[in-house]
Design a binder for this molecule. Structure first.
Ligand SMILES: Cc1cc2nc3c(=O)[nH]c(=O)nc-3n(C[C@H](O)[C@H](O)[C@H](O)COP(=O)(O)OP(=O)(O)OC[C@H]3O[C@@H](n4cnc5c(N)ncnc54)[C@H](O)[C@@H]3O)c2cc1C
Ligand code: FES
Length: 238
């Protein structure tokens, strides 16, 4: 798969360590939940979830060498992209519950827009460690969908994990939830997986692992017998 050269056209500072990048590149076949391999020559290549395919947008947390180098780029500078990759989410059901932790809210926003376009109802849980880490409150407000927030330290919204917000919405909603969608840190996804199993709720959860090829060749992303890059990142449980 070839690398597409792209330039950054816009950078939005979401908070003290997260930025959203817009590129002058469109991936017209992209779907919510897919990712792209982004290459910065002499730094590294990393998978990033799509916030949008056309134009291409990513939301990136600064945690290490690659993400720091990406955060240091300015509008007009170049990077290279392979994608879209992975299976992505499928909009299924009339009422979707979307749970995003950290930068995992970005693919949730993409699937929310697709679901609303398809005529489905959407409810959202946004979780973070603390109030300043909550992302996309304004972007989801602009969609006009109900949002419950959770913080680990109780500094905003419900105190506790994203699952506390999911439990809250499951109890409070007037129309039944047909499908649970999630993207975020591994422990959050494991908790969502357990909750969905207990409630017999079909789920689509997007998982992460270290990646190299991104296309099912090298085996780097193997997780308990499946390849996150080519068989995922979204795992469907009926
Ligand atoms: C399918 C997929 C989609 C992804 N989508 C996104 C995305 O949309 N936005 C995004 O920012 N990242 C995303 N990632 C993660 C991204 O690919 C990088 O692995 C991550 O940003 C760290 O890269 P780095 O080189 O900067 O840090 P590294 O040098 O790899 O890590 C530096 C340190 O930070 C820790 N670390 C790594 N990742 C995280 C994290 N997420 N939170 C806290 N600590 C961490 C490492 O354990 C290490 O100690 C995705 C990963 C996958 C597999
Ligand atoms: S990253 Fe190479 S097989 Fe998944």
């Amino acid at each position: 798969m070839i690398h597409h050269a792209a330039r950054i056209t816009e950078i939005v500072e979401e908070n003290y360590r997260v930025k959203t990048f817009t590129l002058d590149l469109a991936l017209p076949t992209a779907r919510p939940g897919q990712f792209a391999m982004v290459w910065l020559p002499s730094v590294n290549e990393r998978p990033l979830s799509l916030l949008d395919g056309s134009p291409l947008r990513f939301t990136v947390a600064r945690v290490g060498d690659f993400t720091t180098a990406l955060h240091n780029l300015r509008v007009g500078e170049r990077l290279w992209v392979r994608g879209p990759l992975g299976n992505g989410f499928t909009v299924r059901g009339r009422h979707l519950l979307l749970a995003g932790g950290g930068y995992g809210v970005a693919p949730m926003h993409y699937v929310a827009r697709a679901a609303l376009t398809a005529g489905a109802q959407v409810s959202v849980v946004i979780g973070a460690r603390t109030a300043v880490d909550l992302l996309f409150l304004d972007r989801f407000a602009a969609l006009g969908v109900p949002v419950v927030t959770t913080t680990d330290d109780g500094s905003a919204g419900l105190a506790g994990l994203v699952t506390a917000g999911v439990e809250h919405l499951l109890a409070a909603t007037a129309t039944p939830i047909d499908q649970l969608y999630g993207c975020g840190p591994g422990p959050m996804l494991a908790a969502l997986e357990r909750l969905a199993a207990q409630r017999h709720l079909p789920s689509q959860l997007s998982w992460e692992n270290k990646m190299r090829c991104g296309i099912g060749i090298c085996g780097t992303c193997e997780k308990e017998g499946w390849l996150v890059c080519s068989e995922g990142p979204v795992r469907v449980a009926a």
